[in-house]
Design a protein around this ligand. Structure first.
Ligand SMILES: [Zn+2]
Length: 194
């Protein structure tokens, strides 16, 4: 082995060691992902099922595309936006976008970081992107993207949690599976709606 090669090996070894603390810092950031306000939150919170029931009722406005959504101000305990799928009028008008747009119109100065989005189905990349841009810090969904795919619903194949993780300028907790069976039934039944 030449001294040059030895130096390169030594350099690589030192570089590898130097990377360890960095990885540690990344792991810490990833661990903080499921929290807001610096505190770790339990995945499901009081009121989640009640608000999801309301999202299911909103989904009833469009039984063929039963994507219902609402925004809740956690501090005040009030609903600040409700929506459902209107993609017949505008292809980007998903339930979550409807709720976000209605909230922005009705509450122009709202602190979005206090809001939780409830939605019958896991947000697509567009809607989870809108969640990041608006600053919504918690998302609760019923049916998952893999479930929708299993029923042959169109889906962009990236999980909401992944989009949230990649939106590193925000801290958004994503919780799935709330009233999942009820939500799944909506999407199964929708396949028979003419
Ligand atoms: Zn969407």
């Amino acid at each position: 082995m030449t001294s040059m090669k030895r130096r390169t090996l030594l350099h690589n070894l030192v570089s590898a060691i130097a990377v360890v603390p960095l990885l540690g810092a990344q792991a810490k950031t990833a661990g903080a992902f499921n929290s807001f306000d610096g505190e770790r939150q339990p995945p499901v919170q009081a009121g989640d099922a009640q608000y999801m029931r309301r999202a299911i009722r909103l989904a009833g406005n469009n039984p063929k595309y039963p994507f219902g959504a609402l925004l809740v101000d956690r501090e005040k305990g009030i609903v600040v936006g409700e929506g459902w799928n209107r993609s017949v009028k505008n292809p980007t008008w998903h339930g979550e976008m409807d709720a976000i747009n209605k909230c922005a119109a009705a509450h122009p100065k709202i602190d979005w970081t206090r809001l939780t989005l409830y939605t019958t189905a896991e947000p697509c990349a567009m809607c989870q992107g809108a969640v990041a841009w608006s600053g919504i810090s918690r998302v609760v969904f019923g049916s998952s993207i893999p479930f929708l795919k299993s029923l042959k619903w169109w889906a962009i194949d990236i999980r909401a949690e992944e989009v949230a993780k990649l939106s590193t300028f925000r801290n958004c907790a994503v919780v799935g599976g709330v009233l999942e069976e009820e939500c799944n039934k909506l999407f199964q039944a929708a396949l028979n709606v003419k």
